[in-house]
Design a protein around this ligand. Sequence first.
Ligand code: IDP
Ligand code: MG
Length: 168
Amino acid sequence: MIGTILSIFYVIARIMANNERTFIMVKPDGVQRGLVGKIIKRFEAKGFKLVALKFQWASEDLLKNHYADLSARPFFPGLVKYMSSGPVVPMVWEGLNVVKTGRVLLGETNPANSAPGTIRGDLCVQVGRNIIHGSDAVESAKKEIALWFTEKELVNWKPAQESWVYED
Ligand code: IDP
Ligand code: MG
């Protein structure tokens, strides 16, 4: 009896872990350089699930809000100018440890320190033109997802490949 209850809890905990979400965004340089498809492919090929995606030219207000934690940094005005210089591709991806693993797929903030094989390590050179954003924690992911997407824009679906990506 206790064994059954424990195994039910275990299954629920595993399903909840697989539902972690992160906010990923192709920045204006990634869009201008034609890297949108390549970047999406990395997350798709890994086995993560796309939950939301759009194409928009973000306002300075939205970007200032998105990067509010960095507002005191000297590079902040340049960052807002860069991020509002063209359209971006905001996305939500879901999966087991997707926040942390998403950051691994991105590489380091400074592409010079990013390992080959990572998105920033392979596709860009300078910190101020590092082509992609990814949430740094589950809490910030929640905030960023709510900032960029409405609840209705987050699509509930079950990928056909799910049982081949995760153990039963
Ligand atoms: P992250 O994007 O890896 O999370 P953060 O420290 O959150 O890095 O910084 C947000 C963004 O601000 C970076 O991705 C980069 O575009 C920009 N940035 C960070 N540090 C610098 C800097 O020293 N010079 C110019 N831009 C910077
Ligand atoms: Mg950050």
